[in-house]
Design a binder for this molecule. Structure first.
Ligand code: F6R
Length: 364
């Protein structure tokens, strides 16, 4: 049942290219985006002036990445909320808003309550869900399913990755609908999305090098993940993967925010992972990595092939294949999933069923 892997999580990490192919195959047909599963109003973002993305945990991190991409491509403001906050903060929703709820299980209590709040006010809703016929899928106005297949490990990997892909497809389609993306750019971006599964396969080939590196941090007390923009979204998910299965305290920080307090936590040898997939932000994040290094921090860089000058600052560097920077999360997350996995294995922990956690959080 684990397909020759020691844990479901590792099996599911390796299933990501296939899950991505299946999801892309559903929503990109004959080199065009196919959103025939949902209303044309939402598919074309007709009359929508503001988007809310509401979710918990890793699905919320997808929302953070999607925020940058949708705003960039479609030019529509996006606000991302934790479902547990959204449902109690009396959000000022308008009929011209779209509320997107992202959930693997489709049963997360807070996400479901957030969805109901929007549905009750007759606000257009769109769910991005993995489990067919789940509560969120049934109650949302429109649904786009991720085709990740069943996810068994508590820590999400392939569902997260397929949620991202749906956000890419939406952002590109909306960019075209709003006239902010040319036909030529639309086709280039579609090709780029279609090339991601093969690049995921290539990223997985680095597994042993990451295993070796991760095994050195089995006794770590703290870790930091830093980045700017989409790299900050990647940092959040990398940090959650680390803490939830390896029980190492870790935090994600917007790189520029470190010096406002957190940098005082850096001690000799504290691992800080600097994420650098966004070319226009490289230099800024590198300067923050230098600050951490000069206080004794141990630096891992995560960047795209070709960006070799990261090695001037990082003690250890992991490279991912080049892609459009908007889509880099799909590749950069893989080494971070592997890091969390291997630190957990090095500590002899129950990778698939970490303490205190449940796969589906049906109570608030
Ligand atoms: C982390 C993880 C959780 C879920 C969160 C939402 O690896 O799995 O953070 O992402 O509980 O669950 P769903 O997506 O089922 O609503």
């Amino acid at each position: 049942e684990k397909g020759g892997f020691e844990h479901f999580m590792m099996k599911e990490i390796h299933e990501q290219p296939k899950a991505a192919r299946d999801t892309i195959g559903h929503y990109i047909v004959d080199e065009a985006i196919n959103l025939s599963d949902i209303s044309t109003q939402i598919a074309q973002l007709d009359g929508i002036e503001q988007i809310y993305i509401v979710a918990c945990g890793s699905a919320y991190h997808v929302g953070i990445a999607a925020q940058y991409i949708i705003e960039d491509f479609a030019g529509v403001p996006v606000r991302v909320d934790l479902a547990s906050e959204f449902r109690y903060r009396k959000p000022l929703l308008k009929k011209s808003d779209l509320v997107i709820v992202i959930s693997q299980s489709g049963e997360t209590a807070d996400s479901l309550a957030a969805l109901r709040l929007a549905v009750d006010q007759e606000i257009p809703t769109l769910a991005i869900v993995n489990v067919l016929g789940s509560s969120i899928a049934r109650e949302a106005g429109d649904v786009l399913y991720t085709y990740a297949g069943p996810e068994i490990a508590v820590a999400t990997t392939k569902a997260y990755s397929t949620q991202l892909l749906i956000c890419y497809v939406l952002a590109v389609e909306w960019g075209l609908a709003k006239g902010r993306i040319s036909d030529e750019e639309y086709h280039r971006l579609i090709k780029e999305i279609e090339s991601l599964p093969a690049k995921m396969d290539r990223t997985l080939e680095d597994k042993e090098r990451i295993q070796w590196f991760a095994s050195k941090f089995a006794n770590a007390h703290d870790m930091f993940f830093i980045g700017r923009g989409i790299d900050y979204a990647i940092s959040m998910e990398g940090s959650l993967k680390m803490k939830e299965i390896s029980y190492v305290h870790s935090e994600a920080y917007a790189a520029g925010e470190l010096k406002h307090g957190t940098i005082s936590l850096i001690e000799d040898g504290t691992l800080t992972v600097g994420i650098l997939t966004q070319p226009d932000l490289y230099e800024k994040t590198i300067s923050n990595m230098v600050e951490v290094k000069s206080r004794g921090g141990y630096i891992m860089g995560l960047t795209s092939y070709g960006n070799y000058n990261v090695e001037d600052t990082a003690h250890f560097t992991v490279y991912i294949p080049k892609t459009d920077p908007h889509f880099a999360t799909s590749l950069a997350i893989i080494p971070l999933q592997l890091m969390g996995y291997y630190v957990s294995v090095s500590k002899g922990l129950d990778v698939d069923k970490p303490r205190n956690l449940a796969k589906s959080v049906t109570v608030e």
